[in-house]
Design a protein. Structure first.
Length: 559
């Protein structure tokens, strides 16, 4: 009697993907954060609708320019696809390093009787979904807005359902191939750190470059002497063998009912097949050596340096060991300290944007009033930037303990003191960037020093409140299994914090506006009272949730 036949290749592939799908299902239906998932689903839907309406209006505005509207819209679509492809390719490199070479379940999966092609395609699908879902989520409203605003027919949506997935697949295969080559040259962990660093530097440089080029000139006809010069500026040379161009040609032709570009469609199809074959051959050649190199232990850098202990001596004695440890982790992890370059890029972009604001339409006292009003409203932008920084650094402070949380939990430390010390290191860059954005932009606008001083002091209270809120929410919903701080910062609880921080920021800004109005209409003392109440509320928001969250965290015990 012959043994029963096992599952085919597709069955084995489904079995390999089943744990990931069951994990997502259990988190969404049984996890402690399922209420947050429902809340964020509603918030995400509202954001999606708002983004769609904004893109719909912008596309309609571009389409309204007679003669150049279709050319402008198609060029913007191609730039969007090119940016999407580059970001996806880079994201797939980092994700492929994790799924192919650094995943915790690799030892178990590689011990199973699974053929390498099936293993490759299972990891390929995992990489594709992890890297592409966010980009696809933000891209769908753009594509739909283009189709609806231009009155495209069914052919556009058929092309959309084929060209965009093809672009995603090519980007995933490029990322897997590059990751396999890199991991055979460098250890996988160092490669991922290097890619994170290069990615942060690239994004920061790209932001600064785009802002200094002043792309708003393209919608200002006075910048060009003739229409021909304007069209020549738009119709710049484009590489032929570039997948985003193939996709944009297919979508653009169906968008305006033009002749179908069969050559670009064939290139897109063969690009998918060729990139899939190259990625498969690359993993067949380099997976074994790359995975073996990935097993190298991480080097314990800076563990004997006493400079960190000396750097924290001004802090309270109970804080020093915790802050010194956080400082060591921050310096030896490129995914942490490389964020400084991105923060610098954000400051540069914002200050350059403020410098190029068109205030030439205002004269006299109205000019000064508009500049100081803009300087005051910068408090909202400063609060938003500080909330984003707190999400990246302070929200994940507890989750960064990881599997070593039991050491801290068993130590004789005060919970509130420990939690505040964990967030102390992230408070410095948070306040520094916020002050540069707000006070620096106010200085460039020519605001009076009294207003700049008031804005700087107000931002200190806002930063303290946002910092305490980030620490509290991160302690209420920690993720000790997150493999990086970036992964913890993308959890539903982190998004919930970001929404709550924006609400707090809006309330503080409204309270300060009320204080100014009361001071101008009633009395300076009454306006000062409103401002003092706002400051007291910020202090309370930065202290009370932290104490309650620390107590709740210690009651949860060991994971």
């Amino acid at each position: 009697m012959s043994p029963p036949a096992g599952p085919g290749a597709l069955g084995v592939l489904a079995l390999l993907l089943r744990p990931r799908s069951r994990q997502l299902w259990n988190v969404a239906t049984r996890g402690a954060q399922r209420g947050l998932y429902l809340t964020l689903l509603a918030v995400g839907l509202l954001f999606w609708v708002g983004l769609f309406l904004l893109i719909h209006w912008l596309v309609g505005l571009a389409w309204s320019f007679e003669g150049v509207g279709p050319v402008l819209a198609r060029n913007v679509l191609e730039m969007f696809l090119a940016s999407l492809f580059v970001l996806l390719s880079f994201s797939n490199v980092i994700t492929a390093l994790s799924t192919y070479y650094l995943s915790d379940d690799l030892e178990l999966v590689l011990a199973l009787p699974v053929s390498r092609p099936v293993f490759h395609y299972a990891r390929f699908l995992d990489t594709l979904v992890q890297s592409s879902w966010m980009m696809l989520l933000f891209g769908v409203p753009v594509f739909l807005a283009y189709g609806i605003q231009s009155g495209a027919g069914p052919g556009y949506y058929v092309a959309l359902a084929t060209a965009v997935p093809a672009l995603l697949i090519i980007a995933a295969n490029v990322g897997i191939t590059v990751a396999t080559v890199l991991v055979n040259v460098f250890p996988a962990r160092r490669t991922r750190e290097l890619m994170v660093l290069l990615g942060v530097l690239g994004v920061a440089s790209l932001f600064v470059l785009v802002r200094t080029l002043r792309p708003e000139r393209l919608v200002n006809a006075q910048e060009f002497e003739t229409v021909a010069q304007y069209l020549a500026q738009l119709d710049s040379p484009r590489p032929i063998l570039f997948p985003p161009r193939w996709a944009s040609e297919v979508l653009g032709a169906t968008l305006v009912y033009g002749p179908f570009p069969w050559t670009e469609a064939a290139l897109l199809t063969t690009g998918v097949l060729a990139s899939a074959a190259i990625a498969r051959w690359a993993t067949a050649w380099g997976f074994d050596g790359g995975w073996a190199r990935a097993q190298e232990a991480r080097e314990a850098r800076f563990y004997t340096s006493t400079g960190f202990d000396r750097a924290v001596w001004p802090l309270p004695a109970a804080w020093r060991p915790v802050v010194a440890k956080e400082l060591r982790i921050f310096v030896r992890d490129p995914s942490q300290w490389s964020q400084v370059f991105l923060l610098g890029g954000i400051c540069a972009i914002y200050l350059v944007s403020i410098y190029f604001l068109p205030f030439t339409s205002f004269q006299g006292q109205y000019l000064q009033f508009m500049k100081e009003a803009m300087s005051f409203l910068n408090l909202g932008m400063g609060g938003f930037v500080m909330a984003a920084i707190a999400t990246r650094f302070q929200y994940g402070a507890v989750s960064r303990e990881g599997r070593a949380w039991w050491v801290t939990r068993g130590a004789p430390v005060d919970p509130t003191t420990w939690l505040r010390a964990k967030g102390a290191l992230g408070l410095l860059p948070m306040l520094l960037v916020g002050e540069i954005v707000v006070v620096g932009s106010g200085f460039m606008l020519g605001a009076r020093w009294q207003l700049l001083l008031a804005e700087g002091v107000a931002l200190l209270f806002v930063g303290y409140a946002l910092s305490g809120l980030a620490l509290a929410i991160g302690a209420w919903w920690p993720d000790f299994k997150a493999d990086s701080a970036a992964r913890a910062a993308t959890s539903p609880a982190a998004v919930f914090y970001m929404v709550l921080a924006l609400v707090v920021n809006a309330i503080v800004l409204a309270s300060l506006l009320l204080a100014l109005w009361v001071g101008a209409r009633a009395s300076v003392a009454a306006g000062s009272g409103v401002a003092v109440l706002t400051a007291v509320g910020c202090v309370a928001l930065g202290r009370i949730p932290v104490r309650r969250a620390a107590e709740a965290l210690w009651r949860t015990g060991l994971p």
